[in-house]
Ligand binder design. Structure first.
Ligand SMILES: Nc1nc2c(c(=O)[nH]1)N[C@H]1C(S)=C(S)[C@@H](COP(=O)(O)OP(=O)(O)OC[C@H]3O[C@@H](n4cnc5c(=O)[nH]c(N)nc54)[C@H](O)[C@@H]3O)O[C@H]1N2
Ligand SMILES: Nc1nc2c(c(=O)[nH]1)N[C@H]1C(S)=C(S)[C@@H](COP(=O)(O)OP(=O)(O)OC[C@H]3O[C@@H](n4cnc5c(=O)[nH]c(N)nc54)[C@H](O)[C@@H]3O)O[C@H]1N2
Ligand code: SF4
Ligand SMILES: [Mo]
Length: 690
């Protein structure tokens, strides 16, 4: 029997590790890490190594289905497309295109730039401005914070750093590919500082580990600035030449003395001083920021602004081992933004979420969607397509979201499995997995200092009648009469069109560079020639843009809407601080719990609780407890561990029964980005009543 090997990229987290897939008789028989791939150097984590279990899971959706009462009826793709096209046209004619919405999950964002691009091409041509993604609670906030401050998005460079500050990030579970990079970096013996309420694997190796109360990181960063500026540990030449607002910032941070910050954060004042001094004195210093924890707080934008400031003020900006920027690929834009009609949800409240300094993201703030659907104010939502997302598990405030989704006249879900969200749909569409479709992976530059792209290649034919997401949006476009703008027969042709300005082709990336291609070199201190892409051309410590919007121009710490400080009365009934969503290795959000080899590694949901807190509430290891917030309750098993600070509970998201998002609130907490506070809310814990 002949064995074929295809070089592709894993898609079970943002690392997009290079993967060699071996195929016999049209079936994948084995996968291994691509030896020379710069993201993973031949390794795969357990998720990647067992990824074929997902592909060949007996639970995969095999064909399109429509719901009739409580049962599902198989339909053809043609009928599915006809029905969707007819409904969408009707909504557009009767209510306007803004009454149909599209929501994309993380897999759409990591899938590649082609699929996202084609979805936006479709929604633009249809006219709806209401496109949502998980960026309403992940990553976009930090992007805005960075651009507002330095005009660009920068990332850490641990391998060249003398100090590595890991702030709310746990690569051991959330990013094994980054864990391998950290191992290489730590072999060079830099100072390691970790800021995390839990003792993560990295925290256990750290020179300094600070355990803040969830939701108070902004105060901690301001305390660091207080010490760095107060003790003149900064790079005066850089500040003088390249920043605006330093004097105002210096005055502003005087109020955040280590003693005051210690009260807010629960981190001892001396530890705050030690962190600030270690960071400023051992340069270059780099901050490895978690992908969402600092965003999902009331101070979300300020938090990211503060991290950029820490790098800039200490002279670590755009130098190896500090904050660096990776070049991007030049590609054609699939979008037609001027064809959008109506006002996107959230544009007035959160204009920066929509676009900043001419960089348009053009997405609506999803946290406003449930309320909009329920209130129909300013307009009703009549149809929705959810693709590559399982909001019933992953979006906050599940009970409210369920009511909202149930109110929609026509809900379509495209997924690999019949998820909790798909069960609410009127129609489900079977999606091809990442082994069954082609797209361009351009994530590396956002994760590592790695100017690299790779074609994620189709390894096998789609399982059952599943379709690649790209194919679905192209075919729906044709059905709706937009064929002129979807002239491609196969997704690969669309990707080729997109790639034109880069000089690369699908063929090249398949035949000549199957393991990927470098797209440029790292460059440092680009600002010396080009300045900063902000209105002032400098790093904006004081932000006129924020001032004009009536927001705090200087970085300011704000308590979460629910905290022992912001709501002392509520805290009497709900005395514990809850942080949610810390990743666990075998699962990707709500995915892979149905894969036995992964489930065995982590069989059931747990709440992490410190022994002191457990004793206070009469809870023992393994007890079932009920955790409640103002929004609801869940039952979950107690894991008593001194790896978490007293007074704080941690529950991962993505579980079916013990769904932590029953407890969370979708109300925007950060008034600039509209992000919810998923890190740091008030809850109570009781032993489950028999
Ligand atoms: N296995 C797995 N990997 C994943 C994912 C997954 O679902 N599963 N999801 C992917 C996605 S989309 C994302 S966004 C990333 C997220 O990955 P990370 O950025 O690493 O985020 P988390 O694991 O949520 O949290 C990291 C650490 O932040 C700590 N933390 C919680 N609250 C706070 C707080 O208020 N302050 C501070 N300082 N620390 C806090 C937690 O204790 C945890 O150890 O992971 C990606 N990788
Ligand atoms: N409480 C709390 N909630 C959180 C977080 C938290 O920290 N705390 N983290 C948030 C973050 S950072 C994120 S990014 C979100 C993630 O939220 P989601 O993106 O909704 O997460 P998933 O559960 O991974 O959902 C992806 C779905 O896509 C399906 N799928 C897989 N491959 C494909 C494909 O190729 N095509 C299609 N169409 N479908 C596919 C999967 O089966 C799965 O059902 O969760 C958020 N939710
Ligand atoms: S770290 Fe694991 S899950 Fe993430 S891309 Fe690599 S192999 Fe896949
Ligand atoms: Mo995320």
């Amino acid at each position: 029997m002949t064995t074929k090997m295809v070089k592709t990229a894993c898609q079970l987290c943002s690392g997009c590790c290079g993967m060699n897939a071996y195929v016999e008789d049209g079936k994948i028989v084995r996968v291994e890490g691509t030896p020379d791939h710069p993201a993973n150097h031949g390794k795969l984590c357990p998720k990647g190594a067992t990824s074929t279990d997902m592909v060949y899971s007996p639970q995969r959706l095999q064909y399109p289905m429509k719901r009739e009462g409580d049962s599902w009826t198989r339909i053809s793709w043609d009928e599915a497309l006809d029905t969707i096209a007819t409904k969408l046209q009707k909504v557009k004619d009767e209510f306007g295109p803004q009454s149909a919405v599209v929501a994309m999950g993380m897999v759409q964002l990591t899938q590649g730039i082609g699929s996202q691009g084609l979805i936006r091409r479709f929604t633009d041509l249809y006219g709806t401005p209401n496109v949502f993604s998980v960026d309403s609670m992940c990553f976009r906030c930090r992007l805005i914070g960075h651009i507002l401050t330095s005009g660009k998005y920068s990332i850490a460079d641990p391998e060249n750093a003398k100090t590595i500050l890991v702030w709310a990030n746990n690569p051991e579970d959330s990013a094994p590919y980054y864990g391998w990079l950290m191992q290489r970096a730590l072999a060079k013996k830099p100072k390691l500082i970790v800021i995390d309420p839990r003792k993560t694997a990295l925290a256990k190796k750290a020179d300094i580990h600070a355990q803040p109360r969830p939701g108070t990181d902004g105060a901690l960063a301001l305390g660091m600035l207080n010490v760095i500026i107060g003790e003149k540990l900064y790079d005066a030449a850089f500040i003088e030449k390249y920043t605006v607002g330093f004097d105002k910032l210096a005055e502003h941070v005087k109020q955040y003395t280590p003693e005051k910050v210690a009260e807010i954060t629960w981190v001892p004042a001396d530890t705050i001083r030690e962190i600030a001094r270690t960071f400023a004195r051992n340069q270059p210093a780099t901050i490895v920021q978690g992908t969402n924890p600092l965003d999902q707080q009331a101070s979300g934008i300020h938090n990211s602004r503060l991290l950029v400031m820490l790098e800039c003020l200490t002279g670590s900006f755009e130098v190896p081992g500090g904050y660096v920027t990776t070049p991007a690929l030049r590609i054609s834009d699939f979008r037609f933004p001027d064809k959008m009609q109506g006002t996107p949800i959230g544009l007035e409240k959160f204009p920066l979420f929509y676009g900043v300094f001419g960089r348009m993201f053009g997405e609506s703030q999803g946290m406003l969607l449930p309320e909009l659907i329920l209130s129909e104010n300013p307009y009703p939502i009549k149809a929705a397509i959810i693709s590559g997302s399982n909001p019933m598990a992953t979006w906050p405030n599940t009970n409210k979201l369920r009511r909202a989704l149930q109110k929609i006249d026509f809900l379509v879900v495209m997924d690999l499995f019949l998820t909790e969200t798909a069960k609410l749909a009127h129609m489900v569409l079977p999606a091809a997995s990442f082994f069954e479709r082609t797209d361009l992976v351009d994530m590396y530059r956002l994760m590592f200092p790695l100017p690299y792209v790779m074609l994620r290649k189709k390894v096998i034919e789609p399982v059952g009648e599943s379709w690649a997401d790209l194919k679905f949006w192209m075919e729906l476009g044709k059905k709706m009469g937009y064929g002129e703008n979807f002239p491609w027969k196969e997704p690969e042709e669309a990707i080729d069109w997109m790639l034109k300005p880069s000089g690369l082709t699908v063929k090249q990336l398949t035949d000549e560079k199957p393991e990927g291609a470098y797209i440029g070199n790292m460059r440092y201190k680009i600002y010396e020639q080009k300045g900063f892409q902000t209105p002032s051309g400098k790093v904006e410590l004081f932000s006129e843009a924020l001032a004009k919007m009536g927001r705090e121009a200087l970085p300011t710490f704000k308590e979460n809407p629910e905290s022992p400080v912001s709501q002392p009365d509520l805290a009497r009934e709900y005395p514990l601080v809850l942080t949610t969503g810390a990743r666990i290795l075998p699962f990707l959000h709500s995915q892979l719990r149905n894969i036995p080899r992964m489930r065995r590694r982590f069989p059931e949901a747990v709440v992490e609780v410190n022994p002191v807190t457990a004793a206070k509430y009469g809870v023992k290891e393994g007890d079932m407890v009920t955790i409640s917030t103002k929004r609801g309750s869940i039952d979950v098993k107690a894991k008593v561990t001194s790896d978490i600070i007293p007074g704080v509970l941690n529950i991962a998201h993505g579980w079916g029964e013990a769904n932590v998002n029953v407890l969370t609130d979708e109300t925007p907490a950060d008034t600039i980005s509209g992000y919810p506070a998923l890190k740091g809310l008030l809850c109570k814990m009781e032993k489950k009543k028999a």
